[in-house]
Design a protein around this ligand. Structure first.
Ligand code: M6P
Ligand code: ZN
Length: 185
């Protein structure tokens, strides 16, 4: 494969992606604490939470996969719209998140419940260490757009999250985004 370029549009989204993944509330209903609100949103049309636009690279060692994600602003009860979240199947692999626009929080966590939160806003570059599960929240009123780069062999392990969940989550508090213990546990 030869070196290649991808371009982004005025919103920072990848133009001419090779693949698009759309996630709605129904794709991640169990992630949210307020299941009554989840049911309301499903009945109201199952809104899109985020879209990922990916470049296709071979899944072999040495290659780097990359994609842009646009998260819509929104709440499920008092919990911000979030990504499903995952560990990497290959737990020796890291990831970079570069925020293009909007504002949010990246929540990262290990299996022994060590957790940390990092602010995402235009220009922030976050390094997610190997072995840390990660999930992002859009805490603003605008779309949160970011670029993620990770080893093409990393893989996504969603099962561990679906089974165990994150120990913390991010809610809209009186003084803005607040990290609280996750009631889903
Ligand atoms: C980033 C990357 C992708 C990931 C996406 C959404 O763009 O980490 O690999 O797929 O976020 O997260 P999730 O897969 O947890 O829904
Ligand atoms: Zn990842």
């Amino acid at each position: 494969m030869k070196p290649f370029a991808k371009w982004t549009d005025a919103h920072g989204m990848m133009a001419e992606p090779d693949n698009m993944i759309v996630r709605k509330i129904s794709d991640m209903a169990s992630a949210y604490s307020d299941q009554a609100k989840v049911q309301e949103l499903l009945a109201a049309g199952d809104p899109v939470v985020y879209e990922m636009l990916e470049a296709s690279v071979p899944s072999v060692a040495g290659e780097l996969a990359f994609c842009t994600t646009t998260m819509r602003p929104g709440l499920v009860g008092d919990e911000y719209f979030m990504t499903k979240g995952h560990y990497h199947e290959d737990e020796t692999t890291a990831e970079i998140y570069y925020t293009i626009s909007g504002s949010g929080i990246l929540l990262a966590e290990t299996e022994n419940n060590d957790h940390c939160c990092l602010e995402m806003k235009k220009g922030s570059i976050i390094h997610v260490e190997p072995g840390w599960a990660h999930r992002t929240y859009n805490t603003g009123d605008e779309p949160l757009v970011f670029l993620a780069v990770y080893p093409a062999t990393a893989g996504h392990n969603y099962k561990k999250i679906e089974q165990g969940g994150f120990s913390h989550t991010v809610t809209k508090g009186e003084n803005g985004p607040t990290v609280v213990e996750n009631a889903r546990r």
